[in-house]
Design a protein around this ligand. Sequence first.
Ligand code: GAL
Length: 683
Amino acid sequence: MPTNPYFFGADWNPEQWPDHVQAEDLALMREARVTAATVGVFSWSRLEPSPGLYDFGRLDRVLDGLHEHGIGAVLATPTASPPPWFTQAHPGALAMRRDGVRLVHGSRDTYCVNAPAYRAASLRVATALAERYARHPAVRLWHVHNEYGTWCFCDHCARAFRTWLRERHGTTAALDDAWTADFWSQRYTDWAQVLPPRATQYLGNPAHELDYRRFLSDSMLAAYTEQRDAIKAVAPDAQVTTNFVLGGWVPVDHARWSREVDLVAIDHYPSSLDGTPAQSAFAADAARGWSAAAGYDGRWLLMEHAPAHVTENGVQRRKPPGMLARIALAHLARGSQGAMYFQWRAGSGGAEQWHTAIVGHPGPDTRLYREFRALGETLAGEGRAPSYRSAYKKVPFLTDGPGGAGAEVGEGGSGARAADRRAEADAVAADGEGVAGRGEVAVWFDEVCGWAVVASHLPAPLDYQGVVESWHRALWRRGYPIDVVPPTATLAGYRVLVVPAAYLLTDESARRLDEYAREGGHLVVTYLSGIVDEHLRVRTGGYPGALRDLLGIRVEEFDPLPPGAVITLDTGDLATGWTEHLTAPGAVVLARYPDGRPAVTRREHGAGVAYYVSCALDEAATARVLDGICAAAGSAPILPDLPDGVEAVRAPGGVWLFNHTDEPHEIAGRQLARGAAAELTAE
Ligand code: GAL
C-alpha cells in the first residue's frame, strides 16, 4: 500500500474500549491510510495505578498494534491529568484559583506546575515511559503533556514567583521601580511580601499581572524541558514536542517556547464556522512564523483540530461535506507536516463524549469517515484527487515522515536528522532565506503584548489578537502571501510589515522596526502601538513614545468611540471603535477625520516608508489602505481579484487554490468546483 508522507491521524484512546475495538480501530486506520496516532495523553491513572507501580501492558499492546499496522505513534506523557491517588496524597499540589479556592479532582489540568510533588511525579512517569518506549519502533514523536496553560496562585507559586522576580529584577527597589509601586502604596521592603496577583479589592497592578504571566510561562517551560530532557537522556535522538494552544487566556509565550521543541505543533479550534478558513490561515501562519523565528525552516504540525464541527457560541456547527479535506489541505499548503485530529473514536462516556470524532458513535459507516478515508488516499497520492506531496516535495522532513522509508528509529534515526536540520536551519534563518513558503507581507503578533493589553486598564477594551487577526484577514481575503511573525523574527526581506496595536514595545523591538523601515521596508503601524515599555510604563512626551520620531507624528489624546459609532474619513473610509487626536509634524497626511485632523499618515524614513493608521478601520477600508501600501511596496496578491471565499496559497511547490464557497468559480482560466481544493501551478 502506498504510504502517506504526512502525519495523518488523531488522538486515540483505546484504553477506553474493550480489546476487540482496538483491533477494529487499527484496521480502519490502515484502511484510511493513517500514519500516526497520538496515544497516552491522559492515561496516567492506567499507566501508574499506584505510586511508582507501572502497568504498561495496555500501552505495549497499543504501540505494538500500531507498529504491526505500519502506523507511527505520537507518544504523550500523561502529566496533564494526575490520577486521584496523586491528588489524595498531595492536596497541596492542586491548583488554586485567583480567589484562593483550591480546585479539586474531577476534571483535568488540576495541578500546580510549581508544586515539587507534582514535578517529581511528572518527571518520574515521563522517565519511566522513556525507558520503556524510547526505542519502540512505532514511536515517531514525543508529545510532552497536553496544552500547557494551567493557572495557579498557590503558595508554591508564590515562592517560585519570588525567586523568578529576584532573578529578573535583582532587588525589591528595582521591582518597585518596574512595577510603579508608589501608586497605591505598594512599595515592597521584603521579597516575602510579594504574592501572586490574587483577587484584589479593586484594579490590580498591571505590571504585577504581566510579570506573573511571564513567570507562569517560564514555570511551565521548565516543567516541559525537564520532561523533554529526561526523554532525551534515554534517547538522544528522540524528537520531542508539545501541542501549543492559542488564545489570550494561555500564559505561554509560544515564540519563546518554539526554540525548545523539535517541531512546532499547534492545536486549532476556530470559534466560527464561516470564519474557519480565515482563522485557520491565521493560526497556520502564526505557527510557521514561530517555527521560522526559532531557527527552523517554517515547518510545523497541526496536532489537533475537530473533524466534524466548529463550536460557535456553545453550539456545535457541522462542517459541510468537503470541508474536512479542504481545511486540512489548506494547512498543509501553509507548511503543516500533517493533519491530526481530536479524536479518532468518540467516547461513549466521559466529559467529551459529545465531541465529534473520525469514528463517531454510529461507527465507521458515515459520511465523515468516508471523507476522512478519501483524504488519506489523497495524501498518499492515490486516486484522482490531487496529491499534496508536490507542495512540499522539496522539504526533506517529509521524505522521512511518519510513513516514509526513513522513519525507523535507531542509530542515525530521525532525531539525528532533526539535529542536522536544526543546524542547517539556524544558518539560514539568520537572513530569513530558506523558510518554506515565506510570504512578502508580514503581520507582527506578540502574545506578550496581548497579555499587556489584558493586564492594563485601557481607555476602552481592546481584543489584541482580534485586531491582529483583522489585519491578517484583510490581507488574506485579498490573497497576499502573508506571514505572521513574532518580534524575534527576521524582518528583512518582507516588503510590507504591519504592526497592529503593539501596545507594549520593548526598546529592542522599536529599534528593529526603525531599522526595518530605514533599510527599505514599508512599515504600517496602527493605533495604540509603542505606548508602554516592557514594565507597562507609558513612554511620555506624546504617544507613541517608542515610534514618534520614526512615524513623524505625535498623538495627544485617545478618543475611543462608543459601540456602534462610525466616523467617515475624508477618503470615504469608515472608522469604528478607536480614534486618536494627533498632529503630524514630520509626516504627510493621507486621510483626515471629519474635523480635518490627521488620521492616516506617511513618512519616508531612510530607504523605506513608515505609515501610521490612528483609527480602527472597517475591513473594506483596511483592504483599500493595504492595497495602496502593498502596491507601492511592490507586493501583489498571489492572484488578482479573487472572489470572496477563494483562497490562494503560495506553497513551496506551487500555488494552491481553495474554494470555501458554495459556488463554482473560474480562477485563472481554471474551473474550481464548489468546496474544492486544487493545485494551480506546479514548479
Ligand atoms: C483540546 C484538547 C483535547 C480535547 C480537545 C477538544 O484543546 O487538547 O484533549 O479536549 O481540545 O476540543
